[in-house]
Design a binder for this molecule. Structure first.
Ligand code: 5GP
Ligand code: ZN
Length: 114
């Protein structure tokens, strides 16, 4: 997608601080972190949001979750805990319409969702 900011990050047109990469997944530090660890995990394939996922994306989704495990270990928060968040749609504040998961942790956040 030519005008997608995360596609541009994945293909190197826009710089990012890479944390982890596989054949299907790219992960990088959020530009505006909301926790000591705030990493964005994105599929390299452009998928606009959670709404656009299909059964054909099962491999991508497994890779995203396995990447989250690996990144949590790399960041040293696998044992202390972390949250994996997807915002889908404008009511919950999705601003970039390329599917992404926020991996946040590194501080005590309690269990409240909202
Ligand atoms: P959303 O609100 O769509 O769930 O999250 C989008 C996230 O992307 C935000 O946390 C925002 O800080 C991050 N972001 C937006 N533009 C850039 C960018 O150019 N580089 C990086 N690293 N993060 C970005
Ligand atoms: Zn994209």
């Amino acid at each position: 997608m030519s005008d997608c900011i995360f596609c541009k990050i994945i293909n190197g047109e826009i710089p990012s601080k890479k944390v982890y990469e596989t054949e299907k997944v790219y992960a990088f530090h959020d530009i505006s972190p909301e926790a000591p660890v705030h990493v964005l995990i994105v599929p390299k394939e452009h998928i606009a949001s959670h709404n656009e996922l299909t059964a054909g994306n099962v491999g991508i989704m497994m890779d995203i979750h396995l990447a989250a495990n690996e990144i949590a270990r790399l960041m040293g928060i696998a044992d202390s805990g972390y949250r994996l968040i997807n915002n889908c749609g404008t009511d919950v504040g999705q601003t970039v319409f390329h599917l992404h998961y926020h991996l946040v942790g590194g501080k005590s956040m309690g269990s409240k969702i909202l």
